[in-house]
Design a protein around this ligand. Structure first.
Ligand SMILES: N[C@@H](CCC(=O)N[C@@H](CS)C(=O)NCC(=O)O)C(=O)O
Length: 225
């Protein structure tokens, strides 16, 4: 059975959504990153980058949400693009655009908006600008299209859905009006039973809620011990 190492963040949720959509049997293993469980020896052996998600599938260990989505999609033949090089190229481009652009910039925008101490104006402005710019790229692509690739629901849409859950928190309520096509995609996926089942994982484990000194020590390691 697949072991899914997760917390409540957007990247594990993408993978939970795939597993639920595909009807794959899996065992969710909570990694409480606020308590520093991503840094223990057992988890470091699975993901040397010390972040969730990661999966174990038989002999295979896969980390990084984009890699896991692609691995599971190729393994099952589900939620991929149409089977031709043009569409495959589009799927890879957008999947990596989300993984290497949307994710990091939205993550940093969130950090500087909600967690970083002052002075932070320059960093907050830069990452908010880049987060909005990336959302704008997605929104323009989705204008007049139901899905990102091949007119069908793929792992790219799943990857974006996870970020739509945090859109207002990261970029402010105005983002909900600024990116109507992204919001529409998120709502379409959010209405699916698989999405509700994936989100239920967040409540399955009581993750440490306090953003106290222990949280900062484990999540913001540049601050030192
Ligand atoms: N590129 C990675 C990023 C993973 C990531 O940032 N995971 C967050 C949760 S959404 C995490 O584990 N944070 C804990 C930490 O930074 O220590 C992916 O797509 O899986």
């Amino acid at each position: 059975m697949i072991q899914l190492y997760y917390n409540r963040g957007p990247n594990p949720m993408k993978v939970a959504l795939f597993l639920e959509e595909a009807g794959l049997v899996y065992n969710p293993v909570a990694v409480d990153t606020a308590k520093g469980e991503q840094h223990n020896a057992e988890f470091s052996a699975l993901n040397p980058n010390n972040k969730v998600p990661a999966i174990i599938d038989g002999d295979a260990v896969v980390f990084d949400s984009s890699a896991i989505l692609l691995y599971l999609a190729e393994k099952t033949g589900l939620f991929l693009s149409d089977d031709n090089l043009r569409e495959r190229g589009a799927l890879l481009s957008w999947l990596l655009f989300v993984g290497t652009g949307v994710g990091p910039f939205m993550g940093q925008a969130s950090h500087f908006r909600h967690f970083a101490p002052d002075p932070k104006t320059y960093a907050l402005d830069r990452y908010t600008f880049e987060g909005r710019r990336h959302m704008g790229v997605l929104d323009r692509h989705l204008d007049g299209r139901e899905w990102m690739v091949s007119d069908r629901y793929t792992i790219v849409d799943m990857s974006i859905w996870a970020w739509t859950l945090h859109l207002a928190f990261i970029l402010g309520d105005e983002a909900l009006e600024e990116f109507p096509h992204v919001v529409r995609l998120g709502a379409a996926i959010g209405g699916r039973p698989a999405a509700s089942r994936a989100l239920a994982l967040k409540e399955m484990h009581s993750f440490k809620p306090e953003q106290d000194a222990e949280y900062r020590r484990n999540m913001f390691r540049h601050l030192g011990a």
